[in-house]
Design a protein around this ligand. Structure first.
Ligand code: NAD
Ligand code: TYD
Length: 340
């Protein structure tokens, strides 16, 4: 039995991970630490909390005193850090909270982990730390690609990665880092491309495609990401970085067309709007290392995963309405009008 702390476990990927871990390792004692920001949603893991399989703790990783007290009291074996501010558009409008949570918060977790002899720390990072592959359609991010983050979200995640790395280099602290491409799947907050466009299209509203819509992202089903994180955490490859991705490059306009086709909606809903600032053109992951070292392969084909995801959003409109109306109505930070 291990005591495993999952931070950010009420968000999109964290909650999928908590379900995965709880099923695979029922003997572990799982804790979720989450601030429940606009993106956090306790109902995502409520069944596990009610069943006594997860202990939920509401709190802020940027609050050092609180983090230290929790670690001292609970003596975790493993810490997996998903907690972050994650939306690029928000980071352009209000970068400060990204520094607080993604950088200071990560360092607080490292500090408390080391003080309390945590035997394993894993940092969930992103391919966005590598910057932009540009327009040529060639090349992939490897673990040796230099960090060159563009928007504040990516810069804050890259800064956190460097702190995690420093704990290995300086103290030989048992850390790992994984950098995944864009995820899709159930429980994603409907400000991100797939659930946001799905909701709008379902309501017959225009889909705001930034720029020319030809920016490319490399899409991975969220459960495949969770399986990869588990393999990295189980390994003893301390100090290593693993890229995670399934070679599923799609342009934003392709994603928009898939959603419209699934919902039987008209393509005239596609509306080109002003481009995002520092809008990276293309991300694409080379996952060779995690395949070779840990035997990871994506299990879900894009065509199947995206269909499952669309079905989930179609069948869970109440979840989408609740979480989105809770936040975006009169949302001053994004400046967005209600529902888009
Ligand atoms: P999310 O925004 O859906 O969830 C983030 C969670 O962190 C929320 O539950 C939120 O309440 C919590 N949180 C935020 N600030 C906190 C704080 N100060 N203290 C405690 N909890 C806090 O994000 P996600 O998409 O699930 O991403 C999870 C992680 O995976 C992030 O670290 C992100 O950088 C990384 N990642 C995401 C993607 C993607 O496509 N979504 C891809 C690669 C990596
Ligand atoms: P997003 O889901 O915000 O993820 P990320 O920026 O972390 O990759 O955006 C995915 C892509 O979709 C990105 O190229 C920006 C684009 N996009 C739009 O064109 N319109 C939108 O309303 C949103 C939210 C994103």
């Amino acid at each position: 039995m291990k005591k495993v702390l999952v931070t950010g476990g009420a968000g999109f990927i964290g909650s999928n991970y908590v379900h995965y871990h709880s099923e695979k390792y029922p003997e572990d004692k799982l804790y979720v630490l989450d601030k429940l920001t606009y993106a956090g949603n306790l109902p995502n893991i409520q069944t596990l909390v009610d069943a006594g399989k997860v202990v939920f703790v509401k709190g802020d990783i940027a609050d050092l005193e609180f983090v230290q007290e929790l670690f001292k009291a609970e003596k975790f074996d493993t810490v997996i850090n998903f907690a972050a501010e994650t939306h690029v558009d928000r980071s352009i409008i209000d970068p400060g909270i990204f520094v607080e949570t993604n950088i200071v918060g990560t360092h607080n977790l490292l500090l408390a982990s080391r003080e309390n002899n945590v035997s394993r720390y894993h940092q969930v990072s992103t391919d966005e730390v590598y910057g932009d592959l540009g327009d040529s359609g060639e090349g992939f991010f490897t673990e040796d690609t230099p960090l060159a983050p563009n928007p504040p979200y990516a810069a804050a995640k890259a800064s956190a990665d460097l702190l995690v790395r420093s704990y290995y280099e300086t103290y030989k602290f048992p850390v790992t880092i994984s950098r995944c491409s864009n995820n899709y799947g159930p429980y994603q907050f409907p400000e991100k491309l797939v659930p946001f466009f799905f909701k709008l299209a379902n309501e017959g509203k225009p889909l705001p495609v930034y720029g020319d819509g030809k920016n490319v992202r490399d899409w991975l089903y969220v459960v495949d990401h969770c399986k990869a994180i588990d393999l990295v955490v189980q390994s003893k490859n301390y100090g290593e970085v693993y890229n995670i991705g399934g070679h599923n490059e799609k342009s934003n306009i392709e994603i928009a067309h898939l959603i419209l086709k699934f919902l039987g909606q008209d393509e005239t809903l596609i509306t080109f709007v002003e481009d995002r600032k520092a809008h990276d053109r293309r991300y694409a992951i080379d996952p060779t290392k995690i395949g070779k070292d840990l035997g990871w392969q994506p299990g879900v084909k894009f065509e199947d995963g995206i269909k499952m995801t669309f079905e989930w959003y179609k069948n869970n409109q109440a979840w989408v309405d609740e979480i989105k109306n809770r936040v975006l109505v009169g949302d001053e930070k994004t400046g967005r009008q209600p529902n888009g």
